[in-house]
Every structure is written in C-alpha cells, then in structure tokens.
Design a protein around this ligand. Structure first.
Ligand SMILES: *Cc1c(COP(=O)(O)O)cnc(C)c1O
Length: 437
C-alpha cells in the first residue's frame, strides 16, 4: 500500500530522530486510533466553511487588484472595501469593518463597545466575568479611558454553577438603561464551559424578548469556523474578533474585525478614525493579500488547531490529568486546558511546545512576572507572528491548580508533534512515569 512505510522515509523514524521515544510515539498512535470519527467531523466542518469562504470571495468578485494596497489617507481602497464585504458575507451580516488599524482583539472589542454606548447607558454581561483585558476597558478594574470614566455603567450576571444561564438574574438585570449585552463565546482562561452557537442563540432570543432593541455583541475570539454557524447567524447584532487568531488563518500579521448590523459597524468606523471620516480613510498599505489569503485558509487552519486540542485532551486525560474540555465533549473553541497540579508539569509542558516550534525552538521558556498577573506566568510561543495564538502556543500561571492553556497549530501535523514533544518532556523529567495510571 504505502511503499515508503518500510523504507528509511517512514514517519516513525522521523519522530524518533526528533527526540520522541518509541513508547511516547506508540501511546500517541493508540490515542489517535480512537479519534478517527471526531477528526472526520472536524474535516467536514472545515469543508463546509471552506465553501462558505470561497462563496463570499467569489460573490464579491475579488480580483487581483484587491490584493494591492493604498497609502496615505487610503481613499477608495478597493481591496479594503471589498474585503469588508467578504467578511460581511462570511458572517451573514449587513456590514463589517476589517482593519489593520484595529490593533488586536481587545481593541476591536473596546471599539465596538465605546462606539455603540453613550454616557448614561448600561452594559450587561449575562455570562459572568469577561476576558481579563476587558476588565480595564469596562472599568471593572479602574483604568484610564474606561467606559466607567465616560459614565457608562456595567452589570454582570454570573452563570449558574452548572454553566447554564441564570435567566431570572438576567431578567432582573435588564432595565431601561441597558443598551448593549456582551456575550463571550470562548471560556478564555476560565473554567466555565465555552458557549455553543446554539446556546448563544437561545440567550440572545431571551434577551431580545425582554428588550427587543438591545444590541447583542458576541466576543467571537477563538470561536470562528469551529462550527458551521457563527453567532451572527443566530441573532447577534455584532461579532468581534482578532485577526491573529482564527480568521487570520495564521497569515494576518495584525488586525481585528467587527461584523454586524449596518448602524453598529458605522458607529465603530466613526470611532476608529474620526467623526465625519469613518470608514473612508485608513490605508491598507501592503497587508491585504495576507488578510485575504489568511481568511481563505482559516477554516482548515482552525481544523488543524481543533484536532490538536482534541489529541492533547485525550492524551492527558488517559494519563490521569483533568482536562477542560474533556476528551469526549463537543468543542466550540480551540482552547484546551490541562491541569498538571504542579509547577514542574506546567513548565515541562511549555518547554515541549517551545522545542517543537518552527521559530525560536532553541530557547527555553521560563516563568516570569508578567504585568497584570498576580503570579509568575510561563509562555511557550515560537510563532511567525508575535503573540499569535492560532499558532501552536501554550501558557500557564504558576499557581494552583497549575493548569496550562494550550491552543493553535497552523497544521495538525505540527500540533501533533508539539503535543508529543510536551509529553516526552514530562516523561524525561519523571512527571509522567507510566502510560496507564
Ligand atoms: C484573545 C481574546 C481577547 C483579546 O484579544 P487580544 O488580541 O489578546 O487583545 C478577548 N476575548 C477573548 C475570549 C479572547 O480569547
């Protein structure tokens, strides 16, 4: 069948040469054998989403000229304006803003909030505490320029302990001032479950039944293309995310997007540049080709990352560690948490991921005092785009329960190698001693 299987060019010997032992390799293959049906489902999703993206590119008649950029003010930037229509088509929204001037996911979210809220309005999170960096945007942690400073109040309704929505709490929290509801799809670095698009749809329907004109915004970070539907397909007025995560496909070197209702996107455009100018300015320089090509690749890149997350979950679950999500449950984002219960475990895991990187594989990550954190944090990232978390990366705070958050992998093959490297490091350091506890 496979002529090269027995020759020198076989896969296993490549792993052995790269420092993976016979035992670790065999264990990985055994785990993999049980994942065939899940992998097929991931591939089918990617196939669906690939066609969705391709249709958006074709329907909007993307041409070679669209790949070029503008300079200066950026008036009449054909490629930029067309790309925004492509994003709107992918997310099935009226409009979209997709710009390199949106510097990251936090900026995109802050922009969506600040442009659509006015003094005296109230913002509500019905899904508990938002992502860390948003605490300062909102003013939960006092901060210069926060919504709080502009007289915009914030309310929060936590999820029930089983992860379900506290419908009565939400009913009580919505009032005449409630203008915008923010819903974070991914669990981020929390232990709550990630919300499926279906559940987000149920929540939006409930909120709209209480107050039809409230704006529902979804923080879509890490969720794009994981499912066939996006939150904008189930009633979200805005979906917001970062291009150095899923939708940039690993190629976008910067950027963020806001897709949604025309009025919401327009407000964001006037806030991003200036009242009166809005979306008409903002040169794309030479970046559009990476944005287009990244979006084109995003469904399959996301699929590779998902396979990696699933593989890691099943490996470490078998070895007796707590993993979130677990090896069996359905997935709605690309993040995988593994609880090692010891600093050594977190460090060894990150060392393994780093050693597998295409860039900076020769450096050793170490825990350090990162600004804004109350413990040391270790990070493994050997990425082409600095800080990109659609590329294979891992980080963990050095504090109980000593969990590592792992995500990405531009290709499944690289994610697999990284995970085997991490396991090898744990074995070499004696943290994992036998394969079936
Ligand atoms: C990454 C992320 C953000 C912030 O994005 P940055 O690009 O890091 O600023 C916000 N929300 C969630 C859920 C994220 O995963």
């Amino acid at each position: 069948m496979n002529e090269e299987k027995d020759s020198v060019c076989n896969i296993k010997s490549m792993y052995l040469e790269r420092g993976i032992s016979e035992e670790v390799y065999a264990f990985g293959e055994q785990i993999l054998a049980g994942l065939a049906a899940r992998f097929r489902a991931i591939d089918e999703n990617a196939e669906y989403n690939q066609l969705k993206v391709l249709k958006a590119l074709q329907d909007n008649q993307v041409s070679e000229a669209c790949l070029l950029g503008t300079t200066g003010y950026g008036y009449n930037d054909l490629g930029r304006d067309t790309l925004e229509r492509v994003y709107a088509a992918v997310f099935h929204t009226e409009d979209a803003l997709v710009r390199p001037q949106i510097t990251c996911g936090t900026h995109a979210l802050a922009l969506a909030l600040m442009s659509n809220l006015r003094p005296g309005d109230e913002l509500l999170s019905p899904v508990g505490k938002p992502y860390d960096t948003l605490e300062e945007v909102i003013g939960i942690r006092p901060s210069k320029g926060s919504l709080q400073e502009y007289g915009i109040d914030y309310r929060q309704v936590d999820l029930n302990t089983d992860g379900s929505f506290d419908y009565e709490g939400i009913r009580a929290a919505v009032n005449e001032k409630t203008k915008l509801v923010t819903i974070q799809r991914s669990k981020g670095y929390q232990t709550r479950p990630t919300l499926s698009v279906k559940k987000i749809g149920e929540l939006i329907a409930f909120v709209k039944s209480l107050k039809p004109d409230v704006i529902c915004m979804v923080d879509n970070c890490y969720g794009e293309f994981v499912e066939r539907l996006e939150p904008s397909d189930v009633g979200a007025d805005m979906v917001v995310g970062s291009l150095i995560k899923n939708p940039g496909g690993g190629l976008a070197p910067i950027g963020g997007y806001i897709a949604g209702r025309k009025e919401c996107v327009e407000n964001a455009a006037y806030r991003l540049t200036s009242p009166g100018l809005g979306r008409e300015v903002g040169a794309s320089l030479g970046i559009l080709s990476a944005f287009y090509q990244g979006l084109f690749l995003a469904p399959t890149v996301t699929a590779g990352a998902l396979k990696g997350a699933l593989f890691a979950a099943n490996i470490y679950e078998q070895l007796g560690f707590r993993v979130v999500p677990d090896g069996k449950e359905s997935r709605h984002d690309i993040i995988q948490a593994v609880e090692f219960g010891s600093p050594e475990g977190v460090i060894a895991f990150c060392e393994g991921i780093q050693a597998a990187a295409p860039i900076d594989s020769h450096v050793t990550p170490e825990p350090w005092d990162m600004p804004g954190y109350d413990s040391k944090v270790i990070m493994a990232a050997g990425a082409f785009v600095a800080g990109s978390s659609i590329e294979l990366s891992a980080d963990g705070p050095i504090k109980p329960p000593y969990a590592v958050y792992f995500q990405g992998g531009l290709t499944w093959q690289h994610a697999k190698f990284g995970i085997l490297k991490s396991l090898q490091r744990l074995v070499d350091k004696g943290i994992v001693s036998k394969f079936f506890p």
